[in-house]
Design a protein around this ligand. Structure first.
Ligand code: ADP
Length: 448
């Protein structure tokens, strides 16, 4: 086992990894930018290293700075968290070239899944059902027209290098296709430095269902059921729950097995998420994330598994302790993302937290790195915490979420907390009856 792990991240996810390290008796090293000198992850880690100025490009994304921090502190492995360098194959290679261990999958698997066209092709070859669409990239309007006519409107044009819900354009008919196609390419080039796009059938009322997978890197893999992440704004997740209210035990077992078998065949190592759109009983692969997800705690709650501990164990070359036959679901869990954003326009709201009180009690988990008097820097993602509740069933989890939200105090900055208090009153949320478009429509109705 490792003696010391460096966490190449910040905020709540850095704390999450530090917690796992401490329970395992492993020393932790935090890295931070000059904007994060007073951050909680720096205080909580056993050691810390300043790796650069506030902009991520010069600090949290600086590969040489992070490798140097390992060398200075003697850390043997790097946990990347999510975002930043977590899905950067070049970084993984560099880490390994320096004789260090990357806590995550092999560079080759990150590379395959990082390009959405290759990811889709690989998924299809592995027997995973995919969304109908173009075979590979589409470079000109004529081909786009032909593909769209074949699969039928509406279609969605997506950036090959896309991520974070950006670089997608919907065309409802042939007349709208050309503009959508050109805009998608221009936006993809501007956002990702790569104009390549592909086309998919645009599903009208799907749910976003993702399967948590875990592999030992040597041909054994398991699945830990699904998360329903359909509540989205601008293709970004807002609330997640597990198990999915619309998924039956048979469907879970079937799609879970397809994913676990595929990961076993790949020789995939560590945690991963296979994302699907789900409509009328069918699953359609959209992409795979080769890292820990923001919403992993809902899975941890219902399976009583510490995913970060498992990641560390497998990366250290230990036997994977997860066995499919032992993995059974207990109860229901819901997570809400607390962002420092102003509702309804969701403009980031950095600034000083004048008062903070976290809820507690049975079945309540708060993953957050904020504290009384903390100044949220303007340079990074606006996620400041996650509130996760676990109950014996969905109604109990909802009641607990409502109760926990009533205890939560975050003063000094605007947050998404009031939004959740309102959302929970809606009968569709109470019954679990929502698709990926539901939240946008609800926001229209309630705030405009
Ligand atoms: P990203 O990598 O940017 O997160 P994804 O491919 O995972 O992109 O898609 C993000 C979200 O966009 C999905 O959860 C869904 O809401 C929407 N989306 C993507 N593809 C489709 C599609 N074919 N039809 C309808 N909605 C889609």
């Amino acid at each position: 086992m490792f003696d010391k792990i460096l966490i190449a991240n910040r905020g709540e996810i850095a704390l999450r990894v530090i917690r796992a390290c401490r329970e395992m008796g492993i020393a932790s090293v935090a890295v931070h930018s000059t904007a994060d000198t007073d951050a909680m992850h720096v205080r909580m880690a056993d050691e810390s290293v300043c790796i650069g100025p506030p902009p991520s490009a010069s600090s949290y994304l600086s590969m040489p700075a992070i490798i140097s921090a390992c060398e200075i502190t003697g850390a043997q492995a790097i946990h990347p968290g999510y975002g930043f360098l977590s899905e950067n194959a070049t970084f993984v290679q560099m880490v390994e070239d320096h004789g260090l261990t990357f806590i995550g999958p092999r560079a080759e698997h990150i590379r395959i899944m990082g390009d959405k066209i290759t990811a889709k092709e690989t998924a299809a070859q592995l027997g995973i059902p995919v969304v109908p669409g173009s075979e590979g990239g589409v470079n000109d309007v004529e081909t786009a027209r032909r593909v769209a006519a074949e699969i039928g409107y509406p279609v969605i044009i997506k950036a090959t290098a896309g991520g974070g819900g950006r670089g997608m354009k919907v065309a409802h008919d042939d007349g709208a296709l050309e503009v959508a196609f050109r805009t998608a390419r221009a936006e993809a080039k501007a956002a990702f430095g790569n104009p390549d796009v592909y086309i998919e059938k645009y599903l009208q009322k799907p749910r976003h269902i993702e399967i948590q997978v875990f592999g030992d890197g040597r041909g054994r893999a398991v699945h830990l059921g699904e998360r329903d992440c359909s509540l989205q704004r601008r293709h970004q997740k807002v609330l997640e729950e597990a198990p999915g209210p619309a998924i039956t035990a048979e469907e879970r077992a079937r799609i879970g097995k397809v994913c676990a078998d595929a990961m076993a065949k790949l020789g995939y190592a560590g945690a991963g998420t296979v994302e699907f759109l789900y409509e009328d009983g069918e699953f359609y692969f959209i992409e795979m994330n080769t890292r820990l997800q923001v919403e992993h705690p809902v899975t941890e709650a219902i399976f009583n598994v510490d995913l970060v501990r498992e990641q560390i164990c497998v990366a250290a070359g230990n036997e994977m302790t997860l066995r499919q036959e032992d993995l059974s679901i207990r109860g229901h869990a819901i997570e809400v993302r607390i962002n420092a954003e102003r509702v309804p326009d969701f403009a980031p709201c950095p600034g000083r937290v004048t008062q903070y009180h976290a809820p507690g009690g049975l079945g309540v988990r708060v993953d957050s790195a904020i504290y009384d008097g903390y100044s949220i820097p303007p340079h990074y993602d606006s996620l400041i915490g996650k509130l996760i509740v676990h109950g014996r069933d969905r109604p109990e989890a909802l009641a607990r979420l409502n109760r926990a939200l009533s205890e939560l105090i975050v003063d000094g900055v605007d947050t998404t907390v009031p939004l959740f208090r309102e959302l929970l009153k809606d009968p569709d949320i109470q019954s679990g009856n929502y698709s990926i478009h539901w939240l946008e429509r609800w926001l229209e109705r309630n705030y405009h």
